[in-house]
Design a protein around this ligand. Structure first.
Ligand code: ATP
Length: 219
């Protein structure tokens, strides 16, 4: 029975800033995968993006404020403590070493990030350490490009139960109950235009953004 093994999730991102699309997905992932803990890990220097406009420490502070006391969600600063680019395989290797070989380790990404997976550093190595779960995101339903299909097709499983039979190596596409068409890009755009982000981010995040005047003259 796989339930006796710990189940740990990793949701990486720029979180620039954290928003309710991330947080509601995190809560629903925690529930759907019966995770013991979901590590939410801000990237230091995302290898495939421009430098974020707010410092890594500020993004982490907003993430912590957004999570608050939500059970099972953890703001994990390990990538900010590392020099150089943030590679998910390094982070997964660390988590695997910490939690041991039997723990069910799951890396979660949204469909938009999944579409770029073949550009990542050594994407096939993810499966040496973890399962990959892809969550649907409003506005993204494109058919998979051939190289991406090749990377995952022999790993596909159809249920969480099947995924959790093993500690790594599987691929599951998951539709969470609440699809939210919120993106950090949209939030940054609104803030730059001096518009409200109420109900797009949690109140403590909205308050911190206002208090420190974040995202008001960026891009
Ligand atoms: P940006 O608009 O700056 O690209 P973002 O809103 O996509 O940012 P990221 O920090 O890049 O946020 O996202 C981290 C992870 O969360 C990615 O895997 C992304 O696909 C996923 N994600 C972001 N927003 C949502 C959402 N509304 N619903 C589901 N998943 C999301």
């Amino acid at each position: 029975m796989s339930l006796k093994f710990q189940r740990i999730g990793m949701l990486g991102g720029t979180f620039d800033p954290i928003h309710l699309g991330h947080l509601r997905s995190a809560v629903e992932l925690h529930e759907a995968l019966s995770l013991d803990q979901l590590h939410m890990i801000p990237a230091q220097q995302p290898p495939l993006r421009d430098q974020p406009q707010v410092s890594a420490r500020q993004r982490l502070a907003l993430l912590k404020a957004g999570i608050g006391d939500t059970p099972g969600l953890l703001a994990d600063d390990r990538e900010l403590l590392r020099d150089g680019p943030s590679y998910s395989t390094d982070t997964l290797a660390e988590l695997r070493a910490e939690y041991g070989e039997n723990t069910r380790l799951v890396m979660v990404i949204g469909f938009d990030a999944f579409l770029r997976l073949t550009q990542w550093h050594q994407p096939a190595r993810i499966f040496e350490f973890a399962h990959l779960v892809v969550i649907a995101r409003p506005g993204y339903g494109d058919p998979l490009p051939a190289p991406l299909m090749e990377l995952v097709e022999h790993r596909v499983v159809d249920s969480v139960e099947e995924l959790m039979q093993r500690s790594c190596g599987g691929f599951l596409s998951l539709e969470l109950p609440s699809l939210m068409a919120i993106s950090a890009t949209y939030i940054r755009k609104r803030l730059k235009a001096g518009k409200s982000v109420r109900y797009l981010v949690p109140p403590p995040v909205e308050q911190a953004i206002a208090r420190y005047g974040l995202y008001q003259q960026c891009e």
